[in-house]
Design a protein around this ligand. Structure first.
Ligand code: GTP
Ligand code: MG
Length: 600
């Protein structure tokens, strides 16, 4: 019996709405009236209420279930299960918006449809709108609005009609066409599982019938293949140089023999084998599975890249994006701070570049303000400190959503509306072509690293002119060399008068700055490919400069050090070195290199 039902298709439904509007009551009633509660549960909870002289509430059923389910596992939102002839349902009673947001964005409990509960007597409140907006933003398109507590308004048709009209107008503003509106009473059971005789004027379905009426989403297997790279693992046996690219497939499918391209790096290889942990051998990976694959040609890719099928619907790559987001942070989102953006497995530092519009999520009125406050929703432009790969929400939702982290806490989330150009397009194109034409060596980077006892790294020393960057660089190079490592100090002059000879004219200095930096980074890239540690110096690098350098240097790691006490540009650096004795700074860096396992 159980097995037969297990084969039914499943659907996740989230129940949202303003506090106390009756979400838990509606769910409890639905479970009770469809006989989905464990045997004796209803009687037990009723009995307990009676003993404590407390009026019975259907919402208590959820708490009772939650206690039961929570033994051994932590659950952040109450989940209930029930089934009809057609489907198995998971009903998620979202406890608050942060949890709701986290779950939705992380995909932990992606809902395909939603029930939005509004109290007939109290009417539309802030969260009625805020939650409606979040659903729209998160791409939950099937929304049924339950006008609850109809018993408290005498089952009055006009109350239902007015509320429905008002809320439909709101949904229209945010581009949502609701599936339906249903007048219900959770506590009395009207129109939950059975049609109510108290509202003969209503000719629509019940909550139960509407659930079965929702359409299942298109299986993401039919969408373009996207697998954010979670990690790259090496086979450990001797002489085996294969690597497993591991991650969870967000959408689509890929099979042995398929050519895979990684973004942002643009590197390509073919799937040689599919590695599933503790699963039967397979030739294919598809949406929703955690999997790994090995490749015919070993290329260096890392966490944060997205694997796609080569030549088919490539994702976008840039460092500037137009987004819609909602902000739940205690501190406002403003242009003066850096935040962390997480999208898939990619992580970048992000800054608010420009606010296009801020809306009060409960009135949808545009507000005129230069910060995004808690509970605001906004359209804005974000500038990342490095390029990332993603999709537009209109094209692929799994890789088009992100969360923002402020001081280690998720403080917002949003969707990407547009990829904006970031002035590094030409450099990016050159790198893509270079990668395509790259003559691959027989010698793996890891093999070099094992031989040399060190990993390649670009150490960039920047700061005001006059801080002794070169002194530190030379000392560090010498210390590394004396300790038996391969390191090279690359002064800007080494590039300027040779590689840059054709563009080294005083008149065009500023125009050519980007090209100088690009060439410098290309030279670094070559040196890094030989497996050595490169120490380069440059005056007053900025956040934009670093983006450009990373485009050429990736996937090699870059360590940015500011030399001097005050950081005078907008650069994000890994370390600040006091401008003092060069030996002390070089010693400090040696320790960092050991700690970071760049050298042994
Ligand atoms: P939170 O989880 O705290 O946000 O609340 P909720 O939306 O889950 O509301 P809940 O189901 O806990 O109901 C809140 C109160 O409204 C309880 O006292 C319920 O008994 C009451 N209530 C819920 N539905 C109805 C209804 O249809 N009619 C009447 N009269 N009361 C209801
Ligand atoms: Mg509740």
């Amino acid at each position: 019996m159980e097995n037969m039902h297990d084969r039914l298709p499943g659907m996740n439904i989230v129940v949202v709405g303003h506090v106390d509007h009756g979400k838990s009551t509606v769910i409890g009633r639905l479970l009770a009236d469809t006989h989905s509660l464990p045997m004796g549960k209803l009687a037990e909870v009723k009995e307990r209420c009676k003993r404590n002289a407390k009026p019975f509430e259907y919402a208590f059923l959820l708490d009772a279930l939650k206690d039961e389910q929570a033994q051994g596992i932590t659950i952040d939102s109450a989940r209930c299960f029930f089934k009809t002839e057609k489907r198995r349902y998971i009903i998620i009673d979202a406890p608050g918006h942060i949890e709701f947001l986290k779950n939705m964005i992380s995909g932990a409990s992606r809902a395909e449809a939603a029930l939005l509960v509004i109290d007939a007597r109290e009417g539309i409140m802030e969260n009625s709108m805020r939650h409606g907006y979040m659903l729209a933003m998160l791409g939950v398109r099937q929304i049924t609005v339950l006008v609850n507590k109809m018993d408290l308004v005498g089952y009055d048709e006009s109350v239902f009609n007015n509320l429905s009209r008002e809320y439909a107008a709101f949904l229209k503003k945010i581009g949502v066409t609701p599936h339906s509106f249903i007048p219900v009473s959770g506590s009395e059971g009207d129109n939950i599982a059975k049609k109510s005789a108290r509202m003969p004027w209503f000719d629509g379905g019940t909550v139960l019938s509407v659930l079965d009426d929702f359409c299942a989403e298109e299986p993401p297997e039919d969408l373009p293949f996207r697998m954010p790279v979670q990690g790259v693992y090496k086979f450990t046996s001797d002489g085996d140089d294969r690597r497993i690219i591991a991650g969870t497939v967000e959408s689509g499918r890929a099979a042995v023999g398929d050519e895979i391209e990684f973004f942002p790096s643009g590197k390509k290889s073919r799937i040689k084998s599919v590695e599933r942990f503790e699963s039967p051998a397979s030739e294919e990976i598809s949406a929703g599975t955690a999997a790994g694959f090995t490749m015919t040609e070993q290329i260096y890719v890392k966490r944060g890249e997205i694997a796609v099928l080569a030549g088919i619907n490539p994702p976008k790559v840039t460092s500037r994006i137009k987004v819609s987001l909602f902000w739940l942070g205690k501190e406002p989102l403003d242009t003066d701070h850096e935040y962390i953006m997480k999208l898939g497995t990619a992580k970048a530092s992000v800054r608010l570049e420009q606010i296009i519009s801020v809306m009060d999520a409960s009135s949808l009125e545009n507000k005129d303000q230069s910060k995004i406050l808690r509970n605001d929703i906004a359209d804005c432009i974000l500038s990342l400190d490095r390029e990332i790969a993603f999709d537009l929400i209109s094209e692929l939702s799994g890789t088009g959503r992100f969360v923002l982290v402020d001081r280690f806490e998720i403080a917002g989330g949003g969707i990407i509306r547009e990829a904006l150009s970031d002035s590094h397009g030409p450099a990016r194109d050159k790198v893509a072509l270079r990668n395509m034409k790259w003559e691959k060596s027989e010698i793996q980077g890891e093999v070099r690293a094992a031989r040399f006892g060190q990993k390649p790294l670009l150490i960039l020393l920047t700061g005001p002119s006059g801080s002794d960057k070169k002194g530190i660089a030379r000392t560090l190079e010498k210390n590394l060399f004396d300790a038996g490592y391969n390191a090279y100090f690359l002064g800007i002059g080494n590039v300027l008068y040779g590689v840059d000879a054709d563009i080294k004219t005083a008149a065009s200095q500023t125009v050519m700055r980007d090209e100088h930096l690009r060439r410098l980074s290309e030279v670094c890239y070559l040196l890094l490919d030989t497996g050595i540690i490169v120490i380069a110096t440059a005056v007053g690098l900025t956040r934009e400069d670093m983006k450009l350098i990373r485009i050429s240097a990736q996937p090699n790691e870059v360590m940015v050090c500011w030399v001097g006490s005050d950081i005078t540009t907008d650069i994000l650096c890994d370390r600040v070195l006091a401008a003092g004795p060069v030996q002390a700074a070089a010693d400090e860096l040696m320790t960092v290199l050991r700690d970071e396992k760049i050298i042994r």
